[in-house]
Design a protein around this ligand. Structure first.
Ligand SMILES: Nc1nc2c(c(=O)[nH]1)N[C@H]1C(S)=C(S)[C@@H](COP(=O)(O)O)O[C@H]1N2
Ligand SMILES: [Mo]
Length: 388
Protein backbone atom coordinates (compact mmCIF):
# COMPACT_ATOMS: atom_id res chain seq x y z
CA UNK A 1 0.00 0.00 0.00
CA UNK A 2 1.34 3.45 -0.90
CA UNK A 3 2.20 5.88 1.88
CA UNK A 4 -0.55 8.32 0.79
CA UNK A 5 -3.22 5.60 0.91
CA UNK A 6 -2.15 4.48 4.41
CA UNK A 7 -2.44 8.07 5.61
CA UNK A 8 -5.97 8.47 4.24
CA UNK A 9 -7.34 5.16 5.59
CA UNK A 10 -7.34 6.09 9.26
CA UNK A 11 -8.16 3.13 11.49
CA UNK A 12 -11.70 3.38 12.94
CA UNK A 13 -11.54 4.27 16.66
CA UNK A 14 -11.69 1.21 18.92
CA UNK A 15 -15.06 0.99 20.58
CA UNK A 16 -16.44 -1.23 23.34
CA UNK A 17 -19.78 -0.90 21.55
CA UNK A 18 -21.62 0.70 24.48
CA UNK A 19 -22.89 3.68 22.49
CA UNK A 20 -24.05 1.47 19.64
CA UNK A 21 -26.13 -0.56 22.13
CA UNK A 22 -27.74 2.29 23.98
CA UNK A 23 -27.78 6.05 24.04
CA UNK A 24 -26.50 7.88 27.11
CA UNK A 25 -24.04 5.35 28.54
CA UNK A 26 -20.29 5.77 29.02
CA UNK A 27 -17.95 3.95 26.58
CA UNK A 28 -15.82 2.82 29.49
CA UNK A 29 -18.46 0.38 30.77
CA UNK A 30 -17.77 -3.29 29.95
CA UNK A 31 -20.28 -5.04 27.72
CA UNK A 32 -21.10 -8.41 29.32
CA UNK A 33 -24.02 -9.02 26.95
CA UNK A 34 -25.45 -7.09 23.99
CA UNK A 35 -28.96 -8.65 23.97
CA UNK A 36 -30.32 -8.42 26.54
CA UNK A 37 -28.07 -5.52 27.55
CA UNK A 38 -25.71 -6.11 30.45
CA UNK A 39 -23.09 -3.43 31.23
CA UNK A 40 -20.61 -3.53 34.11
CA UNK A 41 -18.99 -0.49 35.78
CA UNK A 42 -15.22 -0.52 36.39
CA UNK A 43 -14.49 0.30 40.05
CA UNK A 44 -12.21 3.16 38.97
CA UNK A 45 -15.34 4.99 37.72
CA UNK A 46 -17.36 4.25 40.89
CA UNK A 47 -14.54 5.76 42.95
CA UNK A 48 -15.12 9.20 41.45
CA UNK A 49 -18.66 9.84 42.74
CA UNK A 50 -20.49 9.47 46.09
CA UNK A 51 -23.73 8.95 44.11
CA UNK A 52 -23.29 6.97 40.90
CA UNK A 53 -24.21 9.12 37.85
CA UNK A 54 -26.52 7.59 35.26
CA UNK A 55 -23.96 7.37 32.40
CA UNK A 56 -21.81 4.94 34.41
CA UNK A 57 -24.58 3.06 36.26
CA UNK A 58 -24.42 -0.69 35.49
CA UNK A 59 -27.27 -2.28 33.52
CA UNK A 60 -28.65 -5.76 33.99
CA UNK A 61 -31.48 -6.88 31.75
CA UNK A 62 -32.48 -10.51 31.99
CA UNK A 63 -35.09 -9.94 29.32
CA UNK A 64 -35.35 -7.57 26.47
CA UNK A 65 -37.66 -4.56 26.22
CA UNK A 66 -37.23 -3.25 22.64
CA UNK A 67 -38.10 0.35 23.52
CA UNK A 68 -35.95 0.14 26.65
CA UNK A 69 -32.58 0.62 24.96
CA UNK A 70 -32.13 4.24 25.92
CA UNK A 71 -30.99 6.18 28.93
CA UNK A 72 -33.68 8.79 28.05
CA UNK A 73 -36.79 9.07 30.23
CA UNK A 74 -40.17 7.74 29.12
CA UNK A 75 -43.77 8.91 29.41
CA UNK A 76 -45.32 8.34 32.80
CA UNK A 77 -48.81 9.85 32.65
CA UNK A 78 -50.51 6.99 30.75
CA UNK A 79 -48.58 4.14 32.33
CA UNK A 80 -50.79 1.63 34.16
CA UNK A 81 -50.02 -0.81 36.94
CA UNK A 82 -52.57 -3.52 37.75
CA UNK A 83 -52.95 -4.63 41.37
CA UNK A 84 -54.57 -8.02 41.80
CA UNK A 85 -54.56 -11.32 43.66
CA UNK A 86 -55.54 -11.44 47.32
CA UNK A 87 -57.15 -7.98 47.60
CA UNK A 88 -60.86 -7.05 47.84
CA UNK A 89 -61.00 -5.90 44.21
CA UNK A 90 -58.54 -5.34 41.34
CA UNK A 91 -57.23 -1.78 41.07
CA UNK A 92 -55.43 0.05 38.26
CA UNK A 93 -52.86 2.67 39.27
CA UNK A 94 -52.09 5.34 36.67
CA UNK A 95 -48.82 7.20 36.30
CA UNK A 96 -50.67 10.50 36.59
CA UNK A 97 -52.04 9.42 40.04
CA UNK A 98 -48.50 8.75 41.24
CA UNK A 99 -47.26 12.14 40.05
CA UNK A 100 -49.90 13.88 42.15
CA UNK A 101 -48.85 12.18 45.41
CA UNK A 102 -46.18 13.03 48.01
CA UNK A 103 -42.76 11.77 46.94
CA UNK A 104 -40.05 10.24 49.12
CA UNK A 105 -36.39 9.73 48.28
CA UNK A 106 -33.98 7.01 49.44
CA UNK A 107 -30.30 6.80 48.69
CA UNK A 108 -29.49 3.11 48.35
CA UNK A 109 -27.06 0.56 47.05
CA UNK A 110 -28.22 -1.04 43.82
CA UNK A 111 -26.39 -4.32 43.41
CA UNK A 112 -27.06 -7.37 41.24
CA UNK A 113 -27.13 -10.52 43.36
CA UNK A 114 -24.80 -12.08 40.77
CA UNK A 115 -22.19 -9.38 41.42
CA UNK A 116 -18.85 -11.09 42.12
CA UNK A 117 -19.79 -14.32 40.33
CA UNK A 118 -16.27 -14.34 38.81
CA UNK A 119 -14.93 -14.84 42.36
CA UNK A 120 -16.86 -18.09 42.75
CA UNK A 121 -15.71 -19.07 39.25
CA UNK A 122 -12.06 -18.79 40.30
CA UNK A 123 -12.73 -21.86 42.45
CA UNK A 124 -15.16 -23.73 40.22
CA UNK A 125 -16.48 -22.40 36.87
CA UNK A 126 -20.08 -21.20 37.08
CA UNK A 127 -22.31 -20.41 34.13
CA UNK A 128 -24.34 -17.19 34.00
CA UNK A 129 -23.35 -13.58 33.39
CA UNK A 130 -19.66 -13.33 34.26
CA UNK A 131 -19.88 -10.33 36.58
CA UNK A 132 -16.58 -9.26 37.96
CA UNK A 133 -17.44 -6.93 40.88
CA UNK A 134 -18.87 -3.90 39.07
CA UNK A 135 -22.57 -4.82 39.16
CA UNK A 136 -23.02 -2.33 41.96
CA UNK A 137 -23.80 1.36 42.46
CA UNK A 138 -25.10 3.89 44.99
CA UNK A 139 -28.15 5.76 43.67
CA UNK A 140 -31.07 7.90 44.78
CA UNK A 141 -34.51 6.55 43.93
CA UNK A 142 -37.56 8.68 44.55
CA UNK A 143 -41.23 8.03 44.15
CA UNK A 144 -44.36 7.07 46.07
CA UNK A 145 -44.40 4.46 48.85
CA UNK A 146 -46.43 1.36 48.00
CA UNK A 147 -48.22 1.69 51.36
CA UNK A 148 -49.37 5.24 50.50
CA UNK A 149 -50.77 4.07 47.14
CA UNK A 150 -52.67 1.21 48.80
CA UNK A 151 -54.07 3.61 51.38
CA UNK A 152 -55.12 6.17 48.79
CA UNK A 153 -56.95 3.53 46.76
CA UNK A 154 -58.41 1.96 49.93
CA UNK A 155 -57.05 -1.46 48.97
CA UNK A 156 -57.99 -4.16 51.49
CA UNK A 157 -55.40 -6.93 51.60
CA UNK A 158 -56.67 -10.44 52.42
CA UNK A 159 -55.19 -11.78 55.68
CA UNK A 160 -53.88 -14.84 53.81
CA UNK A 161 -51.49 -12.71 51.68
CA UNK A 162 -47.82 -13.13 52.63
CA UNK A 163 -45.99 -12.05 49.46
CA UNK A 164 -46.23 -9.51 46.70
CA UNK A 165 -45.14 -10.54 43.20
CA UNK A 166 -43.98 -7.85 40.76
CA UNK A 167 -43.91 -8.20 36.98
CA UNK A 168 -42.64 -5.87 34.27
CA UNK A 169 -43.63 -5.11 30.69
CA UNK A 170 -40.60 -6.91 29.22
CA UNK A 171 -41.11 -10.35 27.71
CA UNK A 172 -38.91 -13.43 27.42
CA UNK A 173 -36.87 -13.75 24.22
CA UNK A 174 -38.24 -17.22 23.48
CA UNK A 175 -41.93 -18.13 23.56
CA UNK A 176 -41.52 -21.18 25.79
CA UNK A 177 -39.49 -19.49 28.55
CA UNK A 178 -41.04 -17.89 31.62
CA UNK A 179 -41.58 -14.17 32.09
CA UNK A 180 -39.27 -12.52 34.67
CA UNK A 181 -41.01 -11.77 37.97
CA UNK A 182 -40.07 -11.69 41.65
CA UNK A 183 -41.86 -11.99 44.98
CA UNK A 184 -41.07 -9.98 48.08
CA UNK A 185 -42.21 -10.61 51.64
CA UNK A 186 -45.40 -8.54 51.97
CA UNK A 187 -44.31 -7.01 55.30
CA UNK A 188 -41.01 -5.73 53.81
CA UNK A 189 -42.76 -4.36 50.73
CA UNK A 190 -45.33 -2.49 52.84
CA UNK A 191 -42.56 -1.07 54.97
CA UNK A 192 -39.99 -0.22 52.28
CA UNK A 193 -41.06 -0.53 48.65
CA UNK A 194 -41.66 2.54 46.54
CA UNK A 195 -42.99 3.04 43.04
CA UNK A 196 -39.78 4.67 41.85
CA UNK A 197 -40.30 7.44 39.26
CA UNK A 198 -36.93 9.18 39.48
CA UNK A 199 -33.29 8.18 39.62
CA UNK A 200 -30.79 10.72 41.00
CA UNK A 201 -33.47 13.41 40.75
CA UNK A 202 -34.27 12.85 37.06
CA UNK A 203 -37.25 10.99 35.56
CA UNK A 204 -36.36 7.30 35.48
CA UNK A 205 -34.78 6.36 32.16
CA UNK A 206 -36.12 3.44 30.13
CA UNK A 207 -32.94 1.45 30.46
CA UNK A 208 -33.32 1.53 34.24
CA UNK A 209 -37.00 0.59 34.30
CA UNK A 210 -38.79 3.84 33.51
CA UNK A 211 -41.38 5.13 33.82
CA UNK A 212 -42.09 3.07 36.98
CA UNK A 213 -39.98 0.57 38.84
CA UNK A 214 -40.49 -1.14 42.19
CA UNK A 215 -37.54 -0.18 44.41
CA UNK A 216 -37.07 -1.80 47.81
CA UNK A 217 -34.11 -0.41 49.76
CA UNK A 218 -31.87 -3.03 51.36
CA UNK A 219 -32.83 -5.66 48.77
CA UNK A 220 -30.72 -6.86 45.85
CA UNK A 221 -31.22 -4.99 42.57
CA UNK A 222 -32.60 -8.16 41.05
CA UNK A 223 -35.76 -7.59 43.10
CA UNK A 224 -36.22 -3.99 41.85
CA UNK A 225 -38.56 -4.96 39.01
CA UNK A 226 -38.41 -2.54 36.06
CA UNK A 227 -41.24 -1.35 33.77
CA UNK A 228 -43.66 -2.34 36.54
CA UNK A 229 -47.00 -3.51 35.10
CA UNK A 230 -48.46 -5.83 37.68
CA UNK A 231 -48.40 -6.41 41.43
CA UNK A 232 -50.02 -9.57 42.73
CA UNK A 233 -50.80 -10.26 46.40
CA UNK A 234 -50.08 -13.95 46.99
CA UNK A 235 -50.20 -16.52 49.74
CA UNK A 236 -46.98 -18.16 48.51
CA UNK A 237 -43.87 -17.06 46.65
CA UNK A 238 -43.97 -17.15 42.86
CA UNK A 239 -43.11 -20.54 41.34
CA UNK A 240 -41.74 -18.71 38.28
CA UNK A 241 -38.37 -20.02 37.03
CA UNK A 242 -36.50 -16.77 37.84
CA UNK A 243 -37.89 -16.68 41.34
CA UNK A 244 -38.19 -20.33 42.37
CA UNK A 245 -35.07 -21.77 40.69
CA UNK A 246 -32.73 -18.90 39.85
CA UNK A 247 -31.82 -16.03 42.21
CA UNK A 248 -31.81 -18.15 45.37
CA UNK A 249 -29.38 -19.14 48.10
CA UNK A 250 -29.41 -22.55 49.81
CA UNK A 251 -30.41 -22.62 53.50
CA UNK A 252 -27.56 -25.06 54.15
CA UNK A 253 -23.80 -24.71 53.63
CA UNK A 254 -22.53 -26.39 50.48
CA UNK A 255 -18.99 -27.47 49.68
CA UNK A 256 -17.32 -25.28 47.04
CA UNK A 257 -18.26 -26.73 43.66
CA UNK A 258 -21.25 -28.66 45.02
CA UNK A 259 -24.48 -28.69 42.96
CA UNK A 260 -27.92 -28.10 44.49
CA UNK A 261 -31.53 -28.68 43.46
CA UNK A 262 -33.27 -25.42 44.50
CA UNK A 263 -36.83 -25.52 45.84
CA UNK A 264 -39.01 -22.91 47.59
CA UNK A 265 -38.47 -24.84 50.83
CA UNK A 266 -34.71 -25.50 50.86
CA UNK A 267 -33.57 -22.01 49.80
CA UNK A 268 -34.38 -18.32 50.07
CA UNK A 269 -34.51 -15.70 47.32
CA UNK A 270 -31.62 -13.26 46.88
CA UNK A 271 -33.52 -10.69 48.93
CA UNK A 272 -31.51 -8.80 51.55
CA UNK A 273 -28.11 -7.45 50.55
CA UNK A 274 -25.26 -9.20 52.34
CA UNK A 275 -22.72 -7.11 54.20
CA UNK A 276 -19.98 -6.12 51.76
CA UNK A 277 -17.05 -3.75 51.24
CA UNK A 278 -15.03 -2.70 48.22
CA UNK A 279 -11.62 -1.11 47.79
CA UNK A 280 -11.84 1.46 44.99
CA UNK A 281 -8.37 2.95 45.43
CA UNK A 282 -5.83 1.55 44.62
CA UNK A 283 -6.89 -0.30 41.53
CA UNK A 284 -5.58 -3.85 40.99
CA UNK A 285 -1.89 -4.00 40.00
CA UNK A 286 -1.37 -0.28 40.75
CA UNK A 287 2.12 1.03 41.52
CA UNK A 288 2.26 3.50 44.42
CA UNK A 289 5.10 5.69 45.66
CA UNK A 290 6.51 4.84 49.08
CA UNK A 291 5.49 7.20 51.86
CA UNK A 292 2.04 7.94 53.22
CA UNK A 293 -0.76 6.91 50.87
CA UNK A 294 -4.54 7.06 51.21
CA UNK A 295 -6.60 3.92 50.57
CA UNK A 296 -10.35 4.19 50.12
CA UNK A 297 -13.55 2.41 49.22
CA UNK A 298 -17.12 1.81 50.34
CA UNK A 299 -19.05 -0.60 52.57
CA UNK A 300 -22.74 -1.43 52.99
CA UNK A 301 -25.30 -3.91 54.27
CA UNK A 302 -29.08 -4.37 54.08
CA UNK A 303 -29.74 -1.38 56.34
CA UNK A 304 -30.92 -3.58 59.24
CA UNK A 305 -28.14 -2.28 61.50
CA UNK A 306 -25.45 0.33 61.18
CA UNK A 307 -21.93 -0.58 60.08
CA UNK A 308 -19.66 -0.54 63.11
CA UNK A 309 -16.21 -0.74 61.54
CA UNK A 310 -14.24 -1.18 58.39
CA UNK A 311 -11.07 -3.15 58.98
CA UNK A 312 -8.10 -3.00 56.65
CA UNK A 313 -5.15 -5.40 56.47
CA UNK A 314 -1.88 -4.95 54.58
CA UNK A 315 -0.42 -8.31 55.69
CA UNK A 316 -2.99 -10.83 54.42
CA UNK A 317 -5.12 -10.80 57.53
CA UNK A 318 -2.45 -11.10 60.23
CA UNK A 319 -3.24 -7.65 61.60
CA UNK A 320 -6.13 -5.27 61.00
CA UNK A 321 -6.49 -1.50 61.33
CA UNK A 322 -9.67 0.56 61.64
CA UNK A 323 -10.41 2.79 58.66
CA UNK A 324 -12.37 6.04 59.06
CA UNK A 325 -15.96 5.14 58.17
CA UNK A 326 -18.11 8.07 57.03
CA UNK A 327 -21.82 8.28 57.82
CA UNK A 328 -24.03 7.37 54.86
CA UNK A 329 -26.88 9.50 53.54
CA UNK A 330 -29.36 6.76 54.51
CA UNK A 331 -29.12 3.34 56.22
CA UNK A 332 -29.35 1.74 52.76
CA UNK A 333 -26.64 3.83 51.08
CA UNK A 334 -22.98 2.94 51.01
CA UNK A 335 -20.54 4.25 53.61
CA UNK A 336 -17.33 5.73 52.16
CA UNK A 337 -14.16 4.76 54.07
CA UNK A 338 -10.54 5.92 53.97
CA UNK A 339 -7.30 4.99 55.71
CA UNK A 340 -3.76 6.34 55.46
CA UNK A 341 -0.83 3.96 55.54
CA UNK A 342 2.91 4.30 55.13
CA UNK A 343 4.39 1.35 53.30
CA UNK A 344 7.96 0.33 52.45
CA UNK A 345 8.72 -0.68 48.85
CA UNK A 346 7.42 -4.17 48.13
CA UNK A 347 4.43 -6.10 46.82
CA UNK A 348 1.27 -6.05 48.88
CA UNK A 349 -2.38 -6.96 49.10
CA UNK A 350 -4.83 -4.62 50.79
CA UNK A 351 -7.88 -6.33 52.26
CA UNK A 352 -11.12 -4.68 53.44
CA UNK A 353 -13.64 -6.20 55.83
CA UNK A 354 -16.84 -4.59 57.12
CA UNK A 355 -18.44 -5.39 60.49
CA UNK A 356 -21.96 -4.30 61.46
CA UNK A 357 -23.78 -3.73 64.75
CA UNK A 358 -25.43 -7.16 64.48
CA UNK A 359 -21.94 -8.71 64.64
CA UNK A 360 -22.02 -9.71 61.00
CA UNK A 361 -18.79 -9.52 59.01
CA UNK A 362 -17.44 -10.61 55.65
CA UNK A 363 -15.84 -14.06 55.43
CA UNK A 364 -12.10 -14.12 54.70
CA UNK A 365 -12.92 -16.64 51.98
CA UNK A 366 -16.19 -15.87 50.19
CA UNK A 367 -16.50 -19.41 48.86
CA UNK A 368 -17.70 -20.61 52.30
CA UNK A 369 -21.13 -19.31 51.16
CA UNK A 370 -20.92 -21.50 48.07
CA UNK A 371 -23.71 -20.88 45.61
CA UNK A 372 -23.76 -23.06 42.48
CA UNK A 373 -25.40 -20.19 40.56
CA UNK A 374 -22.88 -17.66 41.85
CA UNK A 375 -25.10 -15.34 43.92
CA UNK A 376 -24.31 -13.07 46.87
CA UNK A 377 -20.48 -13.22 46.92
CA UNK A 378 -19.41 -11.19 49.94
CA UNK A 379 -15.86 -12.29 50.70
CA UNK A 380 -13.26 -9.84 52.03
CA UNK A 381 -12.19 -7.65 49.11
CA UNK A 382 -8.51 -8.04 48.18
CA UNK A 383 -6.41 -5.85 45.87
CA UNK A 384 -2.79 -6.59 44.94
CA UNK A 385 -0.47 -3.61 44.35
CA UNK A 386 3.19 -2.61 44.39
CA UNK A 387 5.03 0.12 46.31
CA UNK A 388 8.14 1.55 44.68
N1 LIG B 1 -38.59 -6.19 34.43
C1 LIG B 1 -37.31 -6.45 34.72
N2 LIG B 1 -36.83 -5.98 35.87
C2 LIG B 1 -35.53 -6.22 36.21
C3 LIG B 1 -34.70 -6.99 35.37
C4 LIG B 1 -35.24 -7.45 34.13
O1 LIG B 1 -34.57 -8.09 33.31
N3 LIG B 1 -36.55 -7.16 33.85
N4 LIG B 1 -33.40 -7.25 35.79
C5 LIG B 1 -33.19 -7.24 37.24
C6 LIG B 1 -31.82 -7.43 37.66
S1 LIG B 1 -31.23 -9.02 37.64
C7 LIG B 1 -31.08 -6.40 38.20
S2 LIG B 1 -29.57 -6.67 38.87
C8 LIG B 1 -31.58 -5.02 38.18
C9 LIG B 1 -30.58 -4.13 37.44
O2 LIG B 1 -30.98 -2.79 37.45
P1 LIG B 1 -30.32 -1.72 36.46
O3 LIG B 1 -30.24 -2.32 35.09
O4 LIG B 1 -31.18 -0.51 36.55
O5 LIG B 1 -28.94 -1.44 36.99
O6 LIG B 1 -32.86 -4.91 37.57
C10 LIG B 1 -33.75 -5.98 37.87
N5 LIG B 1 -35.07 -5.70 37.38
MO1 LIG C 1 -29.35 -9.10 38.97
Amino acid sequence: MSIEKAAIEKPTPRSTGVTTLTRGKDERLSVLSAAPIVLETPHSLLAEHPVTPKPILFVRNVQHLPEGRTAEPSDLADWEIALGGLIDQPVTIRGADLLGMDQVEHEMVLQCSGNGRAKFSEVFPIKGTAWNQGGVANVRFSGVPLSAVLEKHKVKIDRAARFITAEGKDLPAAFETQDFEHSLPLASALEKSIFALKLNGEPLSRLHGGPVRLATPGFYGTMHVKWLRQLRFDQTESTNFYHATEYRVPKIFLKPGEQFEFTLENSIPTWKIRLMSFIFDPQPAATLQSGVQTFSGVAFNDGAARLESLLVSFDRGQSWRQAALHAPASPYAWYPWTIKAELMPGTYEVWSRAVDALGRSQPLDGTIFWNPNGYEWNGVHKIAFTVK
